[in-house]
Design a protein around this ligand. Structure first.
Ligand SMILES: Nc1ncnc2c1ncn2[C@@H]1O[C@H](COP(=O)(O)OP(=O)(O)OP(=O)(O)O)[C@@H](O)[C@H]1O
Ligand SMILES: [Mg+2]
Length: 411
């Protein structure tokens, strides 16, 4: 498995491990310097991973080198987790000492592996700089949304239903990463009845930080169509209340991770001046988030049906208008079944199969042992792991697209 996901995950795993270790050891052990060096070493390794992943197929020595690297990186990650869980309960000096020693060993091991790369003479490639996930927005081409009509109807009904006791009701849409929560929220947002009923319509991608001032600025900007630069919190709260006051607005807070009740209460108070029938849709992976924020029962999103998954897969896998190979169709349907209705996986596999025209290639994906793997510690679904492992090295870079999905699962 040394070939799988290393270049995509190495920076993520290491960053987390380094952050955790720094938090616990910090300057006390002079670890800061060591970890900085480790980061530099890893970035040097990262620049040759693309080439190494390609060459390992033919060169067993490269394959062994990659396996050793992966082990060392996971060892560091594992250790940082142990440190974290231990420190939450105890804090004896001997444990710190032991872990400090262990960390030194790991740093040294990675150093040695890094030094060894020189003997392979790998080609250096630059890594994509920005691995952050792009911000979502409200626009969607509805013709690209497969299925979800029934989900949309149910949600529109909930939004338009008048519950006189609630001025501003909050509806969470909950489900795992890649299930289509954002897509469904966009689909609802663009519905004609919704557009007619609410004014203004506001879309805010929350993602990482639940920062009240930042969110207030984003809400004002989306509602008025003009950028808001206000930094004074007093003026900002006034502006925000003015924008929503007395209006029947719809606000989508997409991709929320905040579990801090107090922060939400603060924002909710400001939004509470909205007119009767105002609604807030919150999309979240985490039920805890939804229980803090929701005033209506959470909408628990399910996977796509097998038929809809197949429609999505085919659009990606086969040329439009081209005749589909009957023997590929039946294998494709079995592949789709294994994706369990997760649109992100269906899309990834569809795109993967687009590049393959041989029956044996389709069979090899269908029968891959990766399907039998459990969702790992790294949170990677077998379907996505599989689509990654089949990509040629240069395309693995594109996999950076998926990294944010994993990163979130790893939190
Ligand atoms: N019904 C659908 N039809 C076509 N494509 C879809 C559908 N639902 C989701 N997708 C596609 O699947 C991918 C993941 O969807 P989306 O971003 O909506 O998931 P999500 O649940 O919001 O994930 P996350 O928790 O990571 O935010 C996107 O590329 C999206 O275009
Ligand atoms: Mg989303």
């Amino acid at each position: 498995m040394a070939d799988v996901l290393l270049s995509a995950l190495l920076p993520v795993v290491m960053k987390k491990a380094a952050d955790r270790l720094l938090q616990q050891f910090g300057v006390i052990w002079g670890m800061e310097e060591k970890l900085e060096k480790l980061e530099r070493t890893l970035s040097a390794i990262l620049s040759v991973l693309g080439d190494a992943e390609q060459r390992q197929v033919k060169d067993p020595a490269v394959k062994r080198w990659l396996a050793a690297l992966k082990d060392a990186v996971y060892e560091a990650d594992d250790m940082s987790k142990r440190v974290r869980s231990f420190f939450s309960v105890h804090n004896p000096v001997w444990f710190r000492f032991k872990m400090g020693q262990k960390l030194k060993e790991i740093v040294q091991k990675i150093d040695e592996i890094a030094a060894e790369r020189i003997r392979f003479g790998f080609t250096v490639t630059t890594q994509p700089q920005n691995r952050d996930r792009p911000q979502s927005h409200s626009y969607i081409d509805e013709s690209n949304v497969i299925g979800r009509e029934k989900d949309k109807e149910k949600i529109v009904k909930l939004l338009l239903d008048h519950d006189r006791n609630q001025n501003v009701a909050v509806l969470p849409i909950v489900g795992m990463g890649g299930l289509g929560k954002t897509t469904l929220a966009q689909f609802v947002y663009r519905d004609k009845r919704v557009e007619k009923h609410f004014q203004p319509l506001i879309w805010v991608c929350v993602s990482d930080e639940f920062d009240i001032a930042k969110l207030a600025r984003a809400i004002i900007a989306s509602a008025t169509g003009t950028e808001c630069q206000e930094s004074n919190m007093e003026l900002l709260q006034r502006r925000l209340r003015e924008v929503v006051s007395g209006k029947r607005y719809l606000l989508v807070l997409d991709d929320v991770w905040n579990e801090d009740q107090a922060k939400w209460d603060e924002l909710k108070t400001l939004l509470g001046t909205g007119g009767e029938g105002s609604r807030i849709i919150v999309t979240a992976r985490n039920e805890q988030v939804s229980s803090i924020m929701g005033t209506l029962d959470a909408y628990l999103l399910k996977g796509l049906t097998e038929d809809d998954s197949w429609t999505l897969f085919r659009k990606r896998a086969f040329e439009e208008g081209a005749e589909e190979h009957q023997n590929l169709v039946s294998i494709g349907k079995e592949i789709v079944k294994k994706c369990g209705g997760l649109p992100l996986a269906v899309k990834a596999l569809g795109s993967l199969m687009h590049s393959k025209s041989q029956k044996k290639e389709w069979l090899s994906v269908r029968d891959s042992e990766i399907w039998d793997m459990q969702v790992g510690e790294d949170g990677i679904l077998p379907a996505l792991r599989l689509s990654y492992s089949h990509l040629p090295s240069h395309l693995k870079q594109c996999f950076a697209f998926f990294v944010p999905y994993f990163r979130r699962i790893m939190r």
